[in-house]
Design a protein around this ligand. Structure first.
Ligand code: DGY
Length: 319
């Protein structure tokens, strides 16, 4: 019997590929750059399953070319690159990779918070540039982390994991979320707040919400104006949640103190992007879940979802 065909759009953990090969013919796009759109459109025609990254846009145009596609397994927890309604219309499963990346992403969010509050990248550049001539009381003075107030916008699994870390740093935790999170409140002392109250009171504002029609450009001119001049803004969600021009103005006008950004509206962020010119911006190349272990688990989970569907079962993490 002819085996189903699986297209994997990037080189991922060998174990995941081996798992897929137990049930399918597998083609892997092994280059470092994303698969060119035209080629993806061509290859999807024959695919029964695709294991995608957030760099692939799964939309009407692509789905209309697919003749036998049964599942899109995204190797990410976010899925704003996928038109869910268009997949549903065609009875194509869509899966993501929740849980396995929660702790690694929470680690990165907290690391970025600390690096920004304590000016780590700026201090490192200062030293490497040979500018360190003497110790001084104000040299690279940052903002306290221990005992500060952390405001988490989007209190999902990752937000709760960050809150657990923040508790260890004696932080007061506020969160803004559609639903109340009673377990997180009991575990970490977190308190639910309106967006305005959270922005006015927090020393660190951490954005973790998924990108949806509701959260697009959630942080704009007004929202930044509610923050304190000593406050730090961190984004580990999606670049589309932030009005970058308004963030730039807030930083330049010293309405807020610094920003730590793992995500940008356009990725890779252009080298001449105004935000990258500011010393008080810590910028990272979307590495929230990037540990060897976590990326391996994400790939294995995405592969397991595909195997389940190809064997006629319900995938483990269906959307
Ligand atoms: C996700 O999973 O959505 C991250 O942004 C990439 O790991």
């Amino acid at each position: 019997m002819k085996k189903p065909k699986v297209l994997v759009t990037r080189q991922v953990a060998n174990e995941a590929i081996s798992l897929l090969k137990t049930v399918a013919d597998v083609e892997v796009w092994v280059q470092d750059e994303p698969i060119p759109r035209e080629l993806l459109l061509e290859k999807v025609e024959q695919a029964d399953a695709i294991l995608t990254m957030l760099t692939e846009r799964i939309d009407e145009e692509l789905l209309s070319r697919a003749k036998q596609l049964r599942i899109v397994a995204n190797m990410a927890v976010g899925y704003d690159n996928i038109d869910l309604a268009a997949c549903k219309k065609r009875d194509i499963w869509v899966t993501n990779t929740p849980d396995v990346l929660t702790e690694a992403t929470a680690d990165l969010a907290f690391a970025l918070l600390m690096a920004t509050g304590r000016r780590l990248t700026e201090a490192n550049r200062f030293l490497l540039n040979g500018e360190w001539t003497s110790w001084s009381p104000s040299l690279m003075a940052g903002q306290n982390v221990y005992g500060a107030t952390l405001g988490i916008i989007g209190m999902g699994r990752i937000g709760e994991a960050v809150a657990r870390r923040a508790k260890g740093f004696g932080m007061r935790i506020l969160y803004h979320n559609r639903n109340r999170k009673q377990q997180a409140e009991a575990e970490t002392g977190a308190q639910q707040a309106t967006l305005e109250a959270l922005l006015r009171e927090s020393d660190y504002v951490l954005l973790l919400t998924p990108l949806t029609a509701e959260t697009r450009l959630l942080m704009g001119e007004q929202e930044f104006s509610w923050m304190k001049p000593t406050s730090v803004f961190i984004n580990v969600s999606r670049g589309g949640t932030v009005d970058e021009a308004a963030l730039y103005q807030a930083l330049v006008k010293k309405q807020i103190w610094a920003a730590g950004l793992d995500v940008f509206q356009q990725e890779p962020v252009p080298q001449d992007h105004p935000l990258l010119s500011l010393p008080n911006v810590v910028a990272l190349p979307h590495i929230g879940s990037a540990t060897e272990q976590t990326r391996g688990e994400m790939a294995r989970l995405a592969a397991a979802n595909i195997v389940a569907v190809l064997e006629g079962q319900r995938p483990l993490t269906a959307l």
